[in-house]
Design a protein around this ligand. Structure first.
Ligand code: 2NE
Length: 275
């Protein structure tokens, strides 16, 4: 794939090619831990991919290997900038802005695939959890550390994880803070497949290309439907938004707008009350 850089960033690399966006967390010296600025950049890139009608799939990955030969997807919040009320940005304001990013990944009507080589730990683990699909390299290592480092993610990081792997396993993951291999993650239903690390990006591109052959509206409605099952009213809003989109695309929906603009009563009698 001939990746084209979209825009230079400090903490990430953002590229596109043939309907696919690739977003790479680029702090390998910190095992790709995120600071507030990293999240601002990720949020901007994901928003750009969301708005670009040519993009159907986003690959989220981590730069690597580092100079010590180790790989990382993301090791969560950068503990060296963690202050009293969150992760402190360059202006001195403490933030937990990764939660906004989680919601964007989850609600955007495009398929987001995590490509995990090496560590997906802490808030970095939650990032792969909220992606639609996860492809793991054979060297991937998964785990939460919150109770060990004085943190926790009781949102998607707990509730959605437990939908994925079951309550017992999710509690084990959070209470014991162990690390799990790619094969163990596959057995738990936390990842879709495991491939040799050298094949990781090619596999992600292959999955993306298969998805891009499919109907965009079918995929967006399915994503919203899968989310609605766990996301309460916000999930229903997403699903219903798609119903509204489809309704706008019908003659029946257009009739209401047309009648208003033409200052006449709408004629909905021409449309059937289907069984
Ligand atoms: C990821 C892991 C297991 C890797 O271990 P290892 O032995 O391969 O590497 P090492 O030596 O620990 O790390 C290499 C360099 O990266 C830095 C380290 O400090 C080290 O730096 P130097 O000593 O070479 O200068 N590094 C790694 N992870 C970092 C991090 N998260 N923040 C800052 N620097 C980091 C091992 O490194 C590890 O366990 N990392 C910490 C994982 C962790 O606890 N993350 C935070 C969880 S809380 C969270 O993410 C969160 C949340 O719970 C709720 C909301 C938002 C975020």
């Amino acid at each position: 794939v001939a990746w084209q850089d979209v825009k230079p960033y400090e903490d990430i690399v953002y590229q596109k090619a043939d309907g696919i966006a690739k977003i790479t967390i680029n702090r390998p010296h910190k095992r790709n831990a995120f600071r507030p600025k990293t999240i601002v950049e990720l949020y901007e890139a994901f928003s750009n991919a969301r708005e670009d009608s040519r993009i159907g799939v986003v690959l989220l990955t981590g730069a690597g290997p580092h100079t010590d030969g180790k790989y990382a997807f993301c090791s969560g919040g950068d503990q060296s900038v963690r202050g009293h009320g969150g992760y402190v940005d360059e202006g001195g304001v403490p933030r937990l802005n990764v939660l906004d990013l989680q919601r964007l990944i989850r609600s955007m009507p495009k398929v987001v695939i995590a490509l995990v080589a090496g560590y997906a730990i802490g808030g970095g683990h939650v990032l792969h959890v909220v992606c639609d699909l996860t492809i793991a390299a054979d060297n991937a290592v998964f785990g939460q550390t919150g109770p060990k480092v004085g943190s926790f993610d009781g949102g998607f990081g707990a509730s959605y994880l437990s939908r994925m792997v079951g309550q017992k396993k999710a509690r084990e993951i959070w209470y014991l803070c162990r690390q799990y291999s790619a094969q163990e993650a596959l057995d738990m239903g936390m990842v879709n497949c495991v491939v040799p690390v050298v094949q990781l990006e090619a596999e992600g591109v292959q999955w993306a290309q298969e998805i891009l052959q499919k109907s965009p509206i079918a995929i967006r409605c399915l994503k919203a439907a899968f989310n609605a099952d766990c996301d309460g009213q916000a999930g229903l809003q997403e699903l219903a938004g798609n119903a509204t989109l489809l309704y706008y695309m019908t003659e029946e929906g257009s009739e209401g707008r047309q009648a208003f603009l033409e200052k006449r009563e709408p004629d909905f009698r021409q449309y059937p009350w289907l069984p």
